[in-house]
Design a protein around this ligand. Structure first.
Ligand SMILES: [Zn+2]
Ligand SMILES: [Zn+2]
Length: 369
């Protein structure tokens, strides 16, 4: 078992993300793949090493254990990875590269992946939730167990391709392999179709599934439920179900990454005189001291009152944006007081309204030039 640092083996930084790992792995694996280096023991050694490193780093829990404890964190479970042949990680990545899915013929009929758009509230996204979803999908027919043949009969070997599912055609110098058009690649034909699924082997059904949404998910994140997509034809693997998260708009908070924003309207007297206001947070209330002379647009930042992200586990802040509210529906008495206030303020306007004063000066310069 190799004891070289896995990041070093792949030549990536410790912060490399999934897509970078995948890219680097593809490149290296292509280069050292035994098929391309027949009889080269060194290349084979290197290939095993690369594969082992990728298997660990591409698995988030193994990677976390490795990051914390090094090779010792892996419990020897990964030992001698090279000996067990092509693992899932390998076939996953190479399936599209070499134009095959895992190599097995049944995978030609892998069921379709499904997408389900799930809208959740901001609170649910912040704390995580478990919910039930109902999806329409193709499932394996119970009557014929997916074979498509009437019970008591069985599918026969396709006479066109002799059960290979593929036919070879010679075209000039080239020999081209094509999916058999008679059996559509399954290698079998049904002469007596099952009446419940009309020979398809699958039927449309609604299924209720329980989905656990981890805390911290954001708009557009997706959760993969392996094998919960559509059933495959002719006993092929089922596809996967992707639950894509959408956040409902919130009456108070707007989310931006792990930060939350909210607008706090305050009266102009509180803005001028200062005071204390109560603001909502995702877990209760918080109090903010408003200093005297607070202006619209001032932001109060409440540290760690945002959302803890699902990936990096860092917690965002809550940013409260002050909006000074102009009073409306004034009574005669209020008007009288404000008029008095205004006339006193006129005497030394620049002191009380420095922004208006400097703006007036700039505007005047602009017009006289
Ligand atoms: Zn059936
Ligand atoms: Zn055929």
């Amino acid at each position: 078992m190799s004891q070289r640092d896995y990041y070093e083996v792949l030549g990536v930084g410790r912060d490399a993300d999934e897509s970078e790992l995948k890219k680097v792995y593809r490149k290296l694996a292509m280069k050292y793949h035994p098929d391309r280096n027949a009889g080269d023991a060194k290349a084979e050694e290197r290939f095993k090493e690369i594969k082992e490193a990728y298997e660990v780093l591409s698995d988030s829990s193994k990677r976390a254990a490795y990051d914390q404890f090094g090779h010792a964190g892996l419990n020897g479970g990964m030992g001698g990875a090279g000996a067990q042949g092509f693992s899932d990680a390998f076939s996953d990545i190479f399936s599209d590269l070499f134009g095959m899915r895992g190599g097995g013929r049944s995978n030609v009929h892998r069921g379709a992946d499904l997408r389900y758009n799930l809208e959740i509230t901001l609170e649910q996204a912040a704390r995580g939730t478990e919910t039930k979803i109902r999806i329409p999908r193709q499932e394996v027919c119970d009557t014929c167990h997916g074979s498509g043949a009437k019970p008591g009969t069985s599918p026969k070997t396709c006479p066109t391709c002799n059960g290979h599912g593929q036919v070879r055609m010679q075209q000039g110098f080239f020999s081209i392999q094509q999916t058999c058009s008679h059996c559509h690649g399954s290698g079998k034909v049904v002469s007596d179709p099952c009446t419940d699924c009309q020979g398809a082997g699958r039927v449309k059904r609604h299924k209720t599934l329980s989905v656990r949404i981890p805390a911290g998910v954001d708009e557009g994140d997706s959760i993969r439920l392996t094998g919960e997509g559509e059933a495959g034809a002719s006993g092929g693997l089922a596809g996967d179900l992707y639950v894509v998260i959408h956040l409902a708009s919130h009456p108070v908070f707007q989310r931006e990454g792990n930060h939350l924003h909210c607008e706090i309207p305050i009266s102009f007297t509180v803005a001028a005189l200062g005071g204390e206001i109560e603001v909502p947070t995702l877990d209760g209330h918080a109090r903010i001291k408003v200093p005297t002379g607070t202006q619209t647009g001032k932001i109060f930042r409440l540290r760690s009152k945002g959302i803890t992200g699902v990936r990096n586990q860092s917690t965002g802040d809550l940013l409260c944006h002050v909006a000074v509210e102009t009073p409306v529906n004034l009574t005669a008495r209020q008007k009288e007081l404000l008029e008095e206030f205004e006339s006193i303020s006129q005497e030394d306007g620049s002191l009380h309204h420095p922004r208006a004063k400097s703006w007036m000066e700039k505007a005047r310069e602009f017009f006289t030039e």
